[in-house]
Design a protein around this ligand. Structure first.
Ligand code: ADP
Length: 616
């Protein structure tokens, strides 16, 4: 007995849960909420209610199994009484047969209950996963950007998995064993109230031991887990940085650091060993106390003739039978505690702000206004220091400036990817960050160098932008960006699977798909963040032609990496050190002889053969 409990404790040490690990918490920059215990309880009740039928079935089957389990000890008691009375063997045989039948019934019922319980767990887990995905997709881009994808990923993988294990194993087991313990106790009380009271009193000793252990175990195992990670980290870092360690003569320091980590690890391990060495013997004794009490008291009562020997034996057997379920419950309680923390993180998403189209405001027109916008990243100083800018519908605006001036940051704010720290970015009088995803997609789309091809068919990849698009619309979009030819050559046309394991796309095809998505989303304003900077010249030219088709009839804000883009634009905005320093047409700015004129002269001088300059 208790081997399982011990194994459980060791597992907890080996895999310190990321959510519980104080170290990983220190490194994260979580802004995603974590649910309060009250909300976790409410969510649990809600999940049970959704599948109430299955849950009731689990409870009912377990109860039946437990009742069937009660028969054997009682029948054993009857056999003893029968034999003492000198009854015939046929009566004993019948009782023995009844024991066999009860045991078989219990086995079958318990199996069935477990099956239904695990199905309930799997369905509920699926529901939690779906909810998680829905909630994640409803998160505003700015919230995801701030929280970092690491936190979301950890919640969606490790935390959901922990909750899943609990639902699949711990939950049903806890339920089964609790029902069994309750029925066993009830049976002892029914046999003889006095013996029942003795059993209960004996079991009460378990409570303080459990409390003592649980209070210390959590921090103890967390500390042990952290210490183990530290040892691994130091050893790995020393090994991978061995050359540096040698070059800088840091051997001594590394050895000392490793020793310290090992010493800490040893201490934390000794501490948890101490906890176990107190807990387990105490539990063993606590299990024996009720049986011993019942035998003593029952023996005395039997001697006085108030109770039959069979009843005493049956009561003792019931209490002895309780050890297994109690053991299981003790082990699962700890698991339940740690998965409660995970569930709190999973449920926390419910409290994050949502960007939905239902309550999204509607912009009055296509005008974009940037008013007094300031912005600072989580780490670091202010990147934008008060930017004012109005973009007129249909205009081509080029944003130029030295690297690090804040152009990319501004483009992200314009696209509603992030919210300004102060000031506002509005489209048609409505803040862009307040728009639901569908509404936002009709207004402003940011086109960057990253072109992701999603796992799925060509159609899936395009419909992300417009779920209701017909095949004609998809082909029209592909034609607009010059991608229709190669898509037609794919084995299954629009139904060809792309990405890993499917048809591979090259950089320019990925970019064309991205642009086709823009055509489908059909926003009135496009923000191009160095959209073609990373591609090789042939691809870039190819893409630029596609891009020209996409830009047709839209407002365009281009973060310009080549100045001929700026030259061709209606207006040019110059950014320096997070401020907009110049704004005007190319000719005006050249005539003004400021920063832009200087940039233009240097670029012009360097690359006289470019088509852009030829036109200039
Ligand atoms: P540009 O596009 O003009 O090169 P950016 O908007 O990319 O300028 O960057 C402006 C400033 O913000 C730079 O100093 C850059 O180091 C800083 N920055 C950009 N991204 C981040 C980030 N994720 N975290 C912290 N600082 C950042």
């Amino acid at each position: 007995m208790n081997k399982r409990l011990r194994r459980g404790a060791r597992q907890a040490t080996k895999h310190p849960h990321p959510a519980n690990n104080p170290k990983s918490r220190a490194h994260s920059r979580t802004t995603l909420p974590v649910a309060e215990p009250r909300d976790v309880r409410r969510a649990t009740v809600r999940l049970i209610r959704t599948d109430a039928k299955a849950f009731t079935a689990v409870l009912a089957l377990n109860s039946l199994a437990a009742i069937a389990g009660l028969a054997s000890p009682w029948l054993v008691g009857r056999i003893i009484d029968e034999v003492r009375r000198g009854g015939g063997t046929s009566a004993v045989d019948k009782l023995a047969l009844a024991i066999l039948m009860a045991a078989t019934a219990q086995l079958l019922l318990a199996r069935w209950a477990r099956y239904v319980g695990h199905r309930f767990g799997e369905r509920t887990l699926a529901r939690i996963r779906e909810e998680f995905v829905d909630r994640t997709l409803a998160l505003p881009a700015s919230v995801v950007e701030r929280a970092g994808t690491g936190d979301l990923t950890a919640r969606g993988t490790a935390d959901v998995a922990t909750v899943g294990t609990t639902l699949r194993d711990a939950g049903p087991e806890l339920l089964i064993n609790s029902v069994q313990v309750l029925f066993l106790l009830g049976a002892v009380v029914a046999l003889d109230p006095l013996l029942g009271a003795c059993g209960l009193l004996g079991l009460a000793g378990l409570w303080p031991v459990l409390r003592w252990y649980l209070r210390r175990a959590r921090t103890g195992y967390l500390a042990e887990g952290t210490a183990t990670s530290d040892v691994a980290e130091i050893l790995a870092a020393t090994a991978s940085g061995a050359r540096t360690v040698e070059a800088l003569r840091l051997e001594r320091r590394r050895v000392t650091a490793s020793r310290d980590a090992l010493e800490t690890s040893r201490r934390t391990r000794l501490h948890t060993l101490f906890l176990r060495s107190v807990f387990f013997p105490s539990v063993e004794i606590a299990y024996l106390v009720p049986v011993a009490t019942v035998l003593l008291v029952g023996g005395a009562l039997h001697a006085r003739g108030t109770i039959s020997l069979g009843t005493v034996v049956a009561a003792a057997l019931y209490l002895q039978q309780m050890v297994g379920p109690l053991d299981e419950i003790l082990m699962r309680v700890e698991q339940l505690q740690s998965s409660g923390a995970s569930f709190a993180r999973v449920e926390g998403l419910a409290q994050a702000p949502r960007a939905t189209d239902a309550d999204s405001p509607t912009p009055a027109d296509d005008r974009i206004d940037v008013t007094g916008v300031r912005y600072a990243y989580d780490r670091g100083g202010e990147v934008l220091g008060g930017v004012d800018l109005t973009v007129r519908p249909g205009e081509r605006l080029a944003v130029v400036g030295p690297s690090g001036a804040g152009k990319t940051t501004l483009s992200r704010l314009l696209a509603g990817v992030d919210a300004p720290s102060a000031g506002s970015v509005t489209v048609g009088g409505v803040p862009v960050v307040a728009l639901g995803p569908e509404v936002l997609r009709r207004q402003v789309v940011l086109v960057t160098q990253e072109h992701h091809v999603f796992l799925g068919t060509v159609r899936d990849n395009l419909r992300i932008a417009e779920p209701s698009a017909t095949d004609e619309e998809l082909w029209a979009a592909l034609t607009a960006v010059g991608a229709d030819a190669w898509v037609r050559l794919l084995p299954d046309g629009l139904d060809t699977a792309l990405g890993d394991g499917g048809c591979r796309t090259d950089g320019s095809q990925a970019q064309q798909l991205a642009l086709a998505r823009v055509v489908l989303a059909d926003p009135h304003t496009l923000i191009l963040d160095e959209a073609t900077a990373l591609l090789d010249p042939t691809t870039a030219r190819h893409t630029e032609r596609a891009l020209a088709a996409v830009l047709e009839g839209r407002t365009v804000i281009a973060i310009a990496h080549r100045l001929h883009t700026a030259h061709d634009a209606d207006r040019v905005a110059v950014m320096e050190n997070g401020l907009l320093t110049e704004l005007g047409t190319h000719d005006e700015l050249v005539a003004a002889d400021g920063a832009y004129a200087a940039l233009w002269r240097s670029w012009h001088g360097e690359r006289p053969a470019s088509p852009g300059t030829a036109r200039a």
